[in-house]
Write a protein that binds this ligand. Structure first.
Ligand code: NAP
Length: 289
């Protein structure tokens, strides 16, 4: 059982983790910290946290588990601010959607990789944000990826594993580099495309007509463009190299599709669509069943 959990950023992810651990009886006390008092008051009113402190160093005092759940662009500043109050034996982890940038931030702030820091990323979320959108079942039957580095202590890793297991998640481990490549392909590129497509259409002169006739397919494809813009700006910049690599690859493939249409090459289009359908039916649809 976690004695005192301190969560930085009690939003969708931090709030859902708090609710899940509370529901599982896996934590005794939960302290919240972020910038805005009204967000923390709301979290307390909803019973997500027991108390809050807007001063990071005093919020973290006496905590045996610390979770950083702020947008990636804020991680370094939050670590700087909490560091003076962090107990040496406290385990600290994060939920950021890119891991290379978090590891670099930790090294920059602590001068080294503390053995008690365990980089992590729950593969669960919705396009909503804020504590009001949080719910305890968010992580059930979902994966949580932990990306320990050479310095990470086995005991700290075990404690973070146990914490996520109590939320109903399946915990897996992989390297920082593999995590960032896989997530660039499966999450970051799709979000970029969804935001980009909706923005392109929104900037058409006749956009009102266009959106009026947008049906189910458009809704499915663009749901994630309702996600938080700040969070996604941070993710694209934080995972720059892997995102650029996927984006270049996709841009080349898109150019091929364009060329096939221009040339009236139905065979090339058909082959592309057939490969895609086969892959989706096999890897995505089957997994949902
Ligand atoms: P969210 O609902 O917007 O919550 C973010 C929280 O961070 C808010 O409580 C906010 O509170 C606080 N915050 C923002 N900037 C801050 C700063 N500069 N200093 C201190 N606190 C700050 O976002 P979320 O969806 O939970 O995402 C949080 C993290 O989880 C991100 O790193 C994201 O990459 C990762 N993640 C998200 C998803 C997803 O689908 N949403 C999935 C997996 C991982 P105040 O406004 O009061 O400061």
């Amino acid at each position: 059982v976690i004695r005192r959990l301190c969560i930085f950023g009690v939003g969708l992810i931090g709030g859902s983790l708090a609710r899940a651990l509370r529901k599982a009886g896996a934590v005794e006390e939960i302290v919240g910290c972020s910038r805005r008092v009204e967000h923390l008051e709301e979290a307390q009113r909803l019973g997500v946290i027991d108390r809050f402190d807007t001063d990071p160093a005093s919020a973290v005092a006496g905590a045996d588990m610390v979770v950083v759940a702020v947008p990636l662009g804020a991680v370094r500043a939050v670590l700087e601010a909490l560091r003076p109050g962090l107990a040496e034996e406290a385990v600290i982890t994060d939920v950021g959607s890119a891991k290379g940038s978090v590891v670099a931030d930790v090294r920059a702030v602590f001068g080294t990789m503390p053995p008690n820091f365990v980089p992590g990323h729950p593969i669960a979320g919705t396009e909503q944000s804020g504590v009001a959108a949080s719910f305890p079942e968010l992580f059930e039957h979902r994966r949580v990826i932990l990306t320990p580095v050479a310095e990470t202590a086995a005991e700290a890793l075990g404690r973070v594993r146990d914490m996520w297991a109590r939320t109903g998640a399946e915990v897996v481990e992989m390297s920082v580099a593999l995590h960032d490549e896989v997530l660039a392909a499966t999450s970051h590129l799709p979000h970029l495309l969804a935001f980009g497509l909706v923005d392109s259409l929104a900037r058409l002169q006749e956009h009102q007509e266009v959106f009026r006739f947008a049906a189910g397919g458009f809704r499915d494809f663009t749901r994630i463009a309702s996600s938080d813009p700040v969070m996604w700006r941070d993710i694209c910049l934080a995972n720059r190299d892997a995102v650029l690599e996927m984006l270049d690859r996709f841009t080349a493939d898109l150019a091929e599709m364009r060329a096939a249409i221009e040339a009236g090459d139905g065979q090339a289009l058909l082959e592309c669509f057939q490969r895609a359908k086969r892959a989706r039916d096999e890897h995505v649809v089957r997994r949902e069943e």
